[in-house]
Design a binder for this molecule. Structure first.
Ligand SMILES: [Zn+2]
Length: 263
C-alpha cells in the first residue's frame, strides 16, 4: 500500500520487552540531548541511569542524555532505516517524558521509575502515571484525480502538507478528522479510510500521527491566513516539489496516491 523503505532484514523494535534489564557492554545506546539525537552506538559503560527503550535486533537498547547527540530527527532520518529511526524517536520521547514528569500530580512526591516499565509510579501514594499517546489525525483528501494540500504559517511555511490536527477528548478519530478538515479548510469529507500511523517525535513526546484518506463532498477550500496560509487542489500525478519529507507518513500517503493515479 505505502511505498516506505523496509528496515534491514530481521530488524525489529520491541518496546517494553521484558528481557535482561541490566545494561551490558555492546547493547544499543541511543544518545539524546533535548531535541537532538545521535547515531546509535554501543554501550561502553553500563550505568544505572540508562533508560530502557526496548529490544532491537536481539539486543537491548538504552537511551541516555549525552553531548554526542547533535542531530535533529530529520537529519538523523537521512542516515537511518525506518526501524532504527523509530527506535531513536522512541528514545527521544522517553527521555523527554522523564525530564518533564518528575513529581506526582496528586501528592507532589517524587516519581520513581522501575525498568522495563517506562512510565513512573509515585514513590509515596503509588499513583501510576502512564504515558498517554497524543493522537493527531492526518487527512489526505481526494477529489477525483486531485488532492488537497495546505501551507502552514509556522515552520516549513513553503511546504505543501496534509491537513492535520489533534484529537480531542470524547472524539473518535474519524470525528476529529471531519472536524479538523472543516475548521482548517472549510471542506466536508466522507468515506474516511484508515491508512497507517507513525510516532512523530518532532511534535513533542507522545505524538502519534494517524493517517486517513477521505473523499471530498462539498465546499471550496478557504484558509484563515493565521494557521494556514493556503489550501489548493493539485493533480495527484503532478504534485508540487515541496511536499513532506521521505520519512513522514504524509509522504508515504502522497506517494501511494501518486502511484495509484492513472497515467
Ligand atoms: Zn503521589
Amino acid at each position: 500500500m505505502t511505498s516506505r523503505a523496509p528496515g534491514p532484514p530481521g530488524a525489529r523494535l520491541v518496546p517494553g520487552t521484558v528481557g535482561d534489564l541490566t545494561p551490558h557492554v555492546g547493547d544499543w545506546l541511543l544518545p539524546v540531548s533535548g531535541d537532538r539525537l545521535g547515531m546509535p552506538t554501543a554501550v561502553t559503560e553500563p550505568t544505572a541511569d540508562l533508560l530502557y527503550v526496548g529490544e532491537f535486533d536481539g539486543r537491548s537498547a538504552w537511551a541516555a542524555e549525552s553531548p554526542e547527540a547533535t542531530l535533529r530527527w530529520p537529519e538523523l532520518a537521512q542516515h537511518l532505516d525506518r526501524a532504527t529511526l523509530a527506535l531513536a524517536g522512541r528514545a527521544q520521547q522517553l527521555v523527554a517524558w522523564k525530564r518533564t514528569h518528575r513529581y506526582c500530580g496528586a501528592c507532589r512526591a517524587e516519581l520513581g521509575y522501575e525498568p522495563p516499565y517506562p512510565w513512573p509510579r509515585c514513590t509515596a501514594c503509588g499513583l501510576l502515571v502512564p504515558m498517554a499517546p497524543c493522537p493527531v489525525v492526518l487527512v489526505l483528501i481526494r477529489r477525483d484525480d486531485r488532492v488537497l494540500l495546505a501551507r502552514h504559517s509556522y515552520a516549513h511555511s513553503d511546504m505543501w502538507a496534509l491537513v492535520a490536527g489533534y484529537v480531542e477528548y470524547g472524539e473518535t478519530l474519524e470525528e476529529a478528522a471531519r472536524r479538523e478538515v472543516w475548521e482548517e479548510v472549510g471542506v466536508e469529507i466522507d468515506d474516511l479510510s484508515y491508512v497507517d500511523s507513525q510516532p512523530w517525535t518532532l511534535s513533542g513526546p507522545g505524538t502519534l500521527l494517524v493517517g486517513f484518506t477521505a473523499r471530498w463532498v462539498a465546499g471550496e477550500p478557504t484558509v484563515d491566513g493565521v494557521e494556514l496560509t493556503a489550501a489548493e487542489w493539485f493533480p495527484v500525478a503532478d504534485l508540487p516539489d515541496a511536499v513532506p519529507p521521505e520519512y513522514s507518513l504524509a509522504r508515504w500517503m502522497l506517494d501511494a496516491a501518486r502511484e495509484s493515479a492513472p497515467r
